[in-house]
Design a protein around this ligand. Structure first.
Ligand SMILES: Nc1nc2c(c(=O)[nH]1)N[C@H]1C(S)=C(S)[C@@H](COP(=O)(O)OP(=O)(O)OC[C@H]3O[C@@H](n4cnc5c(=O)[nH]c(N)nc54)[C@H](O)[C@@H]3O)O[C@H]1N2
Ligand SMILES: Nc1nc2c(c(=O)[nH]1)N[C@H]1C(S)=C(S)[C@@H](COP(=O)(O)OP(=O)(O)OC[C@H]3O[C@@H](n4cnc5c(=O)[nH]c(N)nc54)[C@H](O)[C@@H]3O)O[C@H]1N2
Ligand code: SF4
Ligand SMILES: [Mo]
Length: 754
């Protein structure tokens, strides 16, 4: 444990970054981006009234590119610049696809694929051909329509949360009207455990805290999140909280540099001269996958020190009796053995927690990417309720969402777990019951495709191939689908490896700031933003808006039954339907006239009354996970005298990537100079005989990577960290049975020298 870590340093700080995350490199990054050839267009885009493309913290929209929902200035980060700059690339040269064979395209890294440029005209790869070829939009529409005229359970979609609410709504309406619920979404690989766990606990699956609430907190527990890289503007809130005397408790097996100290451009003087602001008051480094045990330990410590808010718990929750029984009957030894933290550490943390007036519990993938991800979320919810930190200003549970509109996709009904009120509203709109056949989530889609049960797949963004575990299986499964249509802004590895059996279509779309009509998105804190129409720099390109494409396909498949699908070319009409059928979205009907952005109703709880059957929070027992690792024999064993060991591998993002899209190869904050690296605890090196910077083999249950450089760093013993998506070849898809989300943060691997 680190307590009020004094100017602590990251694993192997790079020369330009000796003081934690952010700081001078960020300011330098802004300067470089501004001076590049696309600089003027970049600034024009930053000032455009549209939401940031990158993460779901959300910035921009009607308040202008640099403001948050409270109108506060200077709220864009370098990640936003990174995302925009990639979108401002020139078009992929026309001759590229006729000149490069599939085999050559498949040899590209993620970064190289992205650097090809923007997709500007429709392409098709036909069975048996070696090259992608151009085709007309008329042809595209005919082929996709024909492909989707199949039995409803044999067609599906996958989506990634960068598109608009309007496109998301159309996508699900189109599929549900066909009779299919196969609406796989990237959230299945991401925050599905949060949605499910929070819905169980509070009847609502999103953050119950808004930005204003966060600014009233005096404690934040930040679990399994590398916010300095992935939600940089959240760091400003943590800095401010520390300044007003608040406490930040970080729980993470990796001592992330930017969580100890962070230099934010919002506080420029301090970040350049003072080396950044302190973030973590307390830093706990548990065993990966043990957070349910960490939170049970905190609950036990709260109970033992008489810090449970009994009046609150009894008045506002159900199920506390069984939870208290679990807390009392689980011995300390079981908890500490599971999580690897001492009783004293947990007691000390509980005391700090109890001393706070209002605590926000925030988390990301370190919590959800586990075989017990939903249980992890429920353990956090239990702790929040027992300590009286829900349903009042400044307190509550706050999942930190991923893609900039991933939460909007869920609200729009792009989910296999459609909530009852929306189901009823859609049935009324369509004038018939929705299919009762359960839909495929992302993993179920891959498995069904692998079994030959899927004929047509529409991908609204994303990289289904690259995002899934077990890359070999993903490739094989997609290869058994007859037709795949990828709607995308830029090429990615999925377009070259995730190929369908008969035809793969690659269809160029406008991004958010180019779309020629208004669209909306929803942030992770339930704020609905309005994006004004824009234009593209891709003169002569044949890009379409996602809404236009989906409305055309729907019209071709459904005619005007039972709604006038062609009218849905008009996004204002789509918004009208959304306002009628999506709970909390009524103000969307007026937004074209009012331009007023809004908070989705019924999500942020200022009172401890929840939309559950009883109106009370639902506490539940969260079992301690079994974290036993297989023996080396499981992977074929180590020969006598061979150096190596079995570890649990975290697969995570570097500081220079957005999901499967790699922008920069190195990660100076963790001291990992390139992608083929593995972060290990120095004591594990001593115990296994492996040496710093030697190249080793990493063997997982599904595949092997060779030539991986060992980097010693501040990671919990017994754990290792590698970058996704490259590491996805290693793992089988062990998943959380409640949510179907893969255990990306606890992958058993054998490391061996050579
Ligand atoms: N720049 C940038 N921004 C992004 C993204 C991006 O790729 N790049 N991706 C977006 C998306 S879709 C998402 S979902 C988010 C992802 O945001 P994060 O969840 O912050 O991303 P990860 O890199 O997966 O890292 C998760 C963190 O969890 C920690 N961790 C791993 N295992 C455990 C564990 O068992 N317990 C605990 N307590 N911690 C653990 C890791 O050490 C790491 O610090 O970011 C979004 N924003
Ligand atoms: N091992 C491992 N695997 C993981 C994770 C992990 O931590 N470890 N994280 C998981 C998580 S949290 C997630 S969310 C998934 C991410 O999975 P996805 O969302 O499927 O993948 P992305 O890499 O974000 O998709 C990027 C592509 O989206 C397209 N795109 C960008 N903007 C737009 C747009 O406006 N419209 C359209 N139509 N297309 C657009 C571009 O072609 C770009 O190449 O990966 C998951 N996989
Ligand atoms: S914190 Fe997220 S939403 Fe805000 S500017 Fe940065 S990437 Fe964009
Ligand atoms: Mo995500």
């Amino acid at each position: 444990m680190r307590d009020d870590a004094p100017a602590a340093q990251g694993p192997t700080p790079a020369p330009e970054d000796a003081t934690g995350g952010g700081g001078w490199p960020l300011i330098d990054g802004w300067a470089r981006a501004s001076l590049s050839p696309s600089g003027p267009r970049l600034w024009q885009t930053l000032n455009h009234k549209s939401a940031c493309l990158s993460c779901a913290w959300g910035t921009g929209g009607q308040n202008g590119g640099f403001r948050d929902e409270l109108g506060e200035p200077l709220q864009r980060c370098l990640k936003s610049v990174e995302a925009i700059t990639a979108e401002l690339q020139p078009a992929v040269p026309e001759a590229l696809f006729s000149g490069r064979s599939l085999a050559q395209l498949q040899a590209l890294s993620s970064r190289e694929a992205d650097r090809l440029g923007r997709l500007a005209r429709p392409l098709i790869l036909r069975e048996g051909r070696s090259h992608y070829e151009p085709l007309s939009w008329d042809h595209v529409h005919e082929l996709v329509e024909a492909a989707f005229r199949r039995p409803p359970e044999r067609v599906a979609s996958y989506s990634s949360g960068r598109s608009s609410n309007e496109a998301a709504y159309l996508l699900q309406l189109l599929l549900r009207a066909l009779g299919s619920n196969n609406l796989a979404d990237c959230s299945d690989l991401c925050h599905a455990p949060s949605t499910i766990g929070l819905t169980r606990a509070f009847g609502s699956g999103t953050s119950m805290v808004n930005l204003e609430g966060l600014q009233h907190a005096d404690g934040v527990v930040l679990v399994g999140s590398n916010a300095p890289a992935n939600h940089p503007r959240l760091m400003n809130e943590l800095i401010r909280l520390r300044e007003r005397g608040g406490t930040v408790i970080v729980i993470n097996p990796v001592l992330e540099a930017g969580l100890l100290k962070f230099g934010s451009p919002a506080f420029p003087i301090r970040s350049m001269l003072g080396g950044g602001s302190a973030i973590a008051s307390l830093f706990l480094q548990p065993i990966p996958g043990s957070d349910a045990a960490v939170f049970l330990g905190l609950q036990k410590a709260l109970q033992e020190r008489g810090a449970i808010d009994w009046a609150f718990v009894k008045a506002h929750s159900d199920g506390w009796q069984a939870l208290i029984a679990q807390i009392e009957t689980t011995p300390w030894e079981a908890i500490t053995a599971c999580c690897g933290l001492s009783r004293e550490e947990l007691e000390h943390t509980a005391a700090r927690l109890a001393a706070c007036r209002a605590v926000v519990f925030a988390w990301a993938m370190g919590i959800t990417h586990h075989a017990n991800g939903t249980s992890n979320v429920q353990a956090i919810a239990n702790t929040a309720v027992l300590s009286g930190n829900v349903g009042r200003p400044g307190a509550g549970t706050m999942p930190i969402r991923g893609h900039s509109n991933v939460q909007g996709f869920g609200s729009m009904g792009v989910t296999v777990n459609l909530q009852e009120p929306m189901r009823r509203a859609l049935e009324q709109l369509l004038g018939r019951p929705l299919s009762p056949v359960p839909g495929y989530d992302t993993r179920a889609l891959i498995e069904a495709a692998d079994d030959g049960r899927v004929d047509a797949l529409l991908c609204l963004g994303g990289n289904l191939y690259g995002a899934n575990p077990d890359s070999r299986q993903a490739r094989r499964a997609l290869g058994r689908i007859d037709t795949i249509a990828y709607l995308a802004t830029k090429p990615n590895t999925g377009h070259f490896h995730g190929l369908a059996a008969r035809q793969t279509l690659l269809l160029p779309v406008f991004n958010r700031f180019e779309t020629p009509h208004r669209t909306t998105v929803e942030s992770g804190n339930n704020w609905v933003r309005l994006n004004e129409p824009g234009s593209t720099h891709l003169a002569g390109g044949q890009l379409v808006s996602e809404v236009a494409f989906l409305a055309e396909l729907a019209h071709r498949l459904h005619g005007s039954d039972p709604i006038d699908w062609r009218r849905l070319q008009d996004p204002a009409y789509v918004r009208e339907l959304i306002a009628r059928t999506v709970p909390g979205y009524a103000p969307l009907a007026e937004i074209d006239a009012s331009r007023r952005e809004f908070e989705v109703a019924g999500r942020v709880f200022h009172e401890p009354r929840f939309p559950t059957a009883s109106g009370r929070a639902q506490l539940a027992v969260t079992p301690l996970p079994d974290l036993t690792l297989p023996a080396a024999d499981h992977f074929g064993g180590l020969a006598a005298g061979e150096r190596g060991l079995v570890l649990s591998l975290i697969t995570a993002r570097s500081y220079g990537q957005h999901n499967t899209v790699v922008y920069k190869n190195g990660d100076p904050y963790r001291g990992m100079p390139h992608r083929d690296t593995i972060l290990l605890n120095p004591e594990d090196l001593v115990a296994s005989g492996l040496r710093a910077h030697e190249r080793i083999t990493v063997q997982g249950e599904a595949g092997t990577l060779t030539g991986i450089e060992v980097v010693p760093g501040s990671i919990r013993r017994g754990a290792a960290l590698m970058f996704y998506p490259e590491a996805n070849v290693l793992m089988r898809a062990r998943k959380d049975p409640e949510s179907g989300t893969p255990a990306f943060k606890r992958v058993p691997v054998l490391l061996r020298a050579g």
